[in-house]
Design a protein around this ligand. Structure first.
Ligand SMILES: [Zn+2]
Length: 124
């Protein structure tokens, strides 16, 4: 499962961030997912739950927000494109330039970022 390996990297960086600040507990994590990453929300939430077990992340809340993607084409077109024109199933994004029908390059929407971590840090 794609989501599980992505999420395990995310959790790793959250945990190392928490460790740096001697956090005793993580309360909430904000994730930002680009629309061309092909990561499903439900799968991400499931992976989060599984991987956060027995860590300071256990029981925390995962908030997912989505970022619209953007493409760039050699013809000069730059902007949004619907990667799934006719398909009800989001399997493979078809990134075709809407102007010249050529293959376009993704410039935005492939990222999966941790936007915010709310943690409990002991008083110093
Ligand atoms: Zn084009």
């Amino acid at each position: 499962m794609h989501e599980l390996s992505v999420m395990s990297q995310i959790i790793e960086s959250i945990l190392s961030e928490g460790k740096k600040r001697s956090a005793t507990k993580i309360e909430e994590v904000d994730l930002q997912i680009g629309e061309y990453t092909m990561l499903g929300d439900e799968q991400m939430e499931f992976a989060y739950e599984v991987l956060s077990k027995d860590t300071i992340l256990q029981g925390s809340k995962l908030k997912i927000s989505h970022v619209k993607g953007k493409i760039e084409c050699s013809c000069g077109y730059r902007g949004r494109v619907d990667p799934y024109p006719d398909s009800p199933h989001k399997i493979v994004p078809i990134l075709e330039c809407p102007k010249c029908k050529g293959g376009a390059k993704i410039v935005e929407g492939r990222e999966c970022l941790i936007r915010n971590i709310r943690m409990v840090v002991p008083d110093v």
